[in-house]
Design a protein around this ligand. Structure first.
Ligand code: CA
Length: 622
């Protein structure tokens, strides 16, 4: 309610005098931020640390009088505009708002209502994503524009420009929400959406990795409530949500960059210092201090300052931030960007805290390293020589991604071509949990796979079969199912093109059968068939794997458990090959017939199998 009132000149003078003497009396507008914005009762960890930001806020004393909530410590930093309040929220604390009272010379100058919500029952038991899932990766700006009205938003520096491959195209959360039935129909069971946090940067901000507010969805994607609704809508249809987060860096337009809580909140150098991006440094026994310092503390880009997670207040801020999002939005997983670039003791603290609050939750870390040993270092329960214990459960299989590219582009020799798949999987002794590894042929940072194989459709089908029948959690980059192309050397815009049909007025709507051409429909139906077969097949999800050295460019492996087995045959050969089935007797002897699930064809004699040129068979054994 707005009230009109008039002040006499004398009163106005007195008021101005008073405000200038005691600025924080100006009221709530003076308290710029309290984060996390709210919290919950019934959490495992009772400590909560609030960041309070306001003009000279540290000049005040603070009081809280609320049963079950104890103010245990007030921390000041060198910046008078910040206070960090350590609270203990005991089991007795009731949900509702309590007042944080700020006093100066024993006089109340400000009161802030802080809300404690009730923790959702069962939130601790959430399942997390696992190898029964297939993840679909979406770049939200490039998938579908469900709400053209939010393309340009007041206060947001970058405006929409769909003609610019590095500009904002207008895709949003509503656009994703509108296509849940498409995901369901395709057969994927989890979404990983590139960061939806506010990225209020002057340019090149569509990708979401220059976060300017860790508690706010970018208004050009929608609101926090829209994001939560998307998660709820997905859950109703059996689709899980993995949130992309970045703790290594923020955007230079982040609100705190103008007024840092502490000088060591970020890593600062006399002149701009860039990371060397070499994630293997973190495990390199010979790495120089010079390289390590650059890797860990250098900025990701001029516009991406490096956060200092050794700063305990920042570390706590980030840890609570992820817990807040899991609890608020009901997440099933997190994908953590640039994992080894952050302080590794902090990473362990962060993961332990999540595992304590949500024991079944899953987090996949981006460790972009070309060797299995380098990645396995970061996986939970792996015993490392330096005794570092990483509580991170899942990792991305970058070595296998490289191998998939080579397998279908190189000529087959004893050490080239399809044998690369065999050799890459042979490194699995490094991992502690081979089911909890995310496998992929491409992602938002790499060349699109259909371009890697020079649009060879047979290679495409063979690779999809491998991806969806090998161990781990398969990941499909949006548009792979309709054969989207994109070359990394043409810039990131080329590998992150708009999904056709995602915008009103698009020539083709590839979300529909009628909007896809013949080959696209064939690819869509092929991937769909595999996804739906995998969805109901425990052997492919969690079964053991045994494979045989490729012969004649043909790779044969089995997924099996005590009852069932699936035989996968992938031929990279241009000719029809009759298999030497005697090699496979250790598995085949238990079965007499099989059915190729790709075309329904029965195989009555398992001793006599031939594979057509450049094709695959997925044989369910009986
Ligand atoms: Ca939009």
């Amino acid at each position: 309610m707005k009230k009109k009132f008039f002040l006499s000149p004398r009163l106005l003078f007195l008021a101005i005098m008073f405000l200038s003497l005691n600025f924080s009396f100006a009221g709530k507008s003076d308290l710029i931020k309290v984060e996390p914005p709210f919290w919950w009762t019934g959490m495992e960890v009772q400590e909560l640390q609030l960041l309070v930001y306001g003009n000279n806020i540290s000049e005040n004393t603070v009081e809280i009088n609320y049963p079950g909530v104890k103010l245990s410590e007030v921390i000041k930093t060198e910046n008078p505009n910040y206070l960090f309040l350590n609270l203990m929220i005991s089991r007795e604390a009731k949900t509702g708002k309590f007042q944080i009272i700020f006093k100066k010379k024993n006089k109340k100058v400000l009161s802030y209502g802080y809300e404690l919500k009730e923790r959702k029952s069962g939130s601790k038991e959430r399942e997390g994503f696992n190898s029964s899932d297939v993840i679909y990766l979406i770049m939200p700006d490039r998938f579908s524009n469900g709400n053209p009205e939010n393309d340009n938003m007041p206060g947001m520096l970058e405006k929409v420009n769909r003609k610019d491959p590095n500009g904002r195209h207008g895709g949003d959360i509503k656009g994703i929400d509108n296509h849940i039935d498409y995901f369901k129909d395709l057969g994927v069971t989890a979404l990983w959406i590139n960061p939806v946090f506010e990225n209020n940067m002057p340019k090149y901000s569509y990708h979401g990795y220059s976060i300017t507010d860790f508690y706010k969805v970018d208004p050009r994607f929608g609101s926090n409530e829209d994001y939560k609704k998307l998660v709820d809508d997905c859950h109703k249809k059996g689709i899980k949500m993995i949130k992309d987060m970045v703790f290594n860096h923020c955007g230079s337009g982040h609100w705190w960059m103008k007024d840092l809580p502490q000088q060591d909140w970020i890593h600062q150098f006399p002149e701009f210092t860039r990371t060397n991006y070499n994630a293997a440094i973190a495990t390199d026994p010979y790495a120089s201090e010079y390289d390590k310092n650059k890797f860990l503390n250098g900025w990701f880009d001029v516009t991406m300052p490096d956060l200092n997670q050794k700063n305990k207040l920042l570390a706590n801020y980030l840890i609570q931030n992820s817990i807040w999002w899991i609890e608020y939005a009901g997440l099933d997983g997190i994908r953590m960007d640039t994992y080894p670039f952050s302080d590794k003791e902090f990473l362990a603290d962060w993961m332990n805290r999540i595992n304590k609050e949500y024991p079944n939750f899953n987090v996949v870390g981006e460790c972009w390293i070309s060797s299995a040993s380098g990645i396995a270092y970061w996986q939970k329960d792996v015993v490392n020589k330096d005794s570092y214990k990483s509580p991170l459960k899942s990792v991305f299989d970058f070595p296998l991604m490289f191998a998939i590219g080579q397998a279908f582009t190189e000529n087959n020799t004893w050490d080239k071509g399809i044998v690369k798949l065999y050799n890459a999987l042979g490194q699995d002794f490094n991992y502690e949990n081979t089911n909890n590894i995310v496998v992929f042929a491409d992602n938002h940072d790499t060349e699109r796979f259909f371009s890697t194989i020079d649009k060879d459709y047979n290679d495409f089908k063979n690779a999809m079969i491998f991806l969806l029948t090998t161990r781990g959690i398969p990941l499909i980059y949006y548009g792979t199912e309709i054969l989207m192309t994109g070359h990394k050397n043409f810039g990131d815009g080329d590998i992150r093109k708009d999904f056709p049909g995602g915008w009103i007025g698009d020539k083709n709507n590839a979300f529909t059968n009628a909007g896809r051409n013949l080959q696209q429909n064939d690819a869509f139906n092929f991937v769909k068939k595999l996804l739906n077969y995998r969805k109901n097949n425990k052997v492919l999800q969690t079964g053991k794997l045994v494979h045989f050295i490729p012969e004649n460019g043909v790779y044969v492996y089995f997924r099996y458990n005590d009852e069932n087995a699936v035989m996968v045959i992938i031929s990279n050969n241009d000719e029809l090959i009759k298999l030497n089935t005697g090699r496979y007797s250790e598995i085949l002897k238990k079965f007499s017939t099989g059915t190729n699930i790709l075309n329904g064809q029965k195989i009555d004699d398992l001793g006599n199998i031939s594979i057509s040129p450049k094709s695959s068979m997925v044989v369910e054994l009986r």
